[in-house]
Ligand binder design. Sequence first.
Ligand code: AP5
Ligand code: MG
Length: 214
Amino acid sequence: MKLILLGAPGAGKGTQATKLSQKLSIPHISTGDIFRNNIKNSTELGKKAKEYIDKGMLVPDELTISIVKDRLMQDDCKNGFILDGFPRTIPQAEYLEKALNEMGTDIDHVVNVSVADEEIIKRMSGRRVCTNCGATFHTVFNPTKKDGICDNCNASVIQRDDDKEETVISRLKTYHEQTEPLIGFYSKRGKLLTVIGREEIEETSKAVIKVLGV
Ligand code: AP5
Ligand code: MG
């Protein structure tokens, strides 16, 4: 299955994509995670991306598209994939549509995880991510078993640099201006499925599984 998870920053795309990727045995591709790994390793791509990410802006389309292009060519994407955080602009969505059509395929479904802005601001302040494996937790909604330590790999969990309140507010603005129009783009193509991102992560998972019929 070829899926896109759409939604505002902090809507729960990463949380749901991780679960779905395990359930469906298809790779989870997060452009945000790819950028963060590059920042951690101080690559050229990481240095460029950081300038935008720290301001709550989008990384330019050319850069983002080229990393997704490379990733989708890898063997493990043959039977499907879950895109988390891509596409985020109409030109990215148009590129993806064209690239998949050239490979004789298309996206099956786009799941839009819908959450109000107020709830998002609350969630971001409590988010913690593992410095080693990237797993995501929340101090209240999904706490680690041991304080500050990742459940999966025992490395330390920290707050993301772009989760400061002022950056979250500018990420939300960017989302409304540049990414929200994708709801109309995919709805016109008959691909859009909407799920309300509820307070309980498990409830949201059940709703995602239900709309996808998996
Ligand atoms: P990216 O990493 O994609 O960030 P984002 O879209 O802002 O989304 P987040 O990862 O912040 O949130 P999420 O929806 O994955 O939520 P999560 O599951 O963690 O991108 C980062 C930056 O990279 C962008 O700002 C941009 O600059 C750049 N970038 C990336 N892709 C790009 C592209 N295509 N083009 C251009 N630039 C790009 O959940 C959030 C928190 O809430 C967690 O703590 C979680 O535990 C908790 N939570 C999750 N679900 C629930 C629930 N149902 N109830 C309660 N808590 C919940
Ligand atoms: Mg994420």
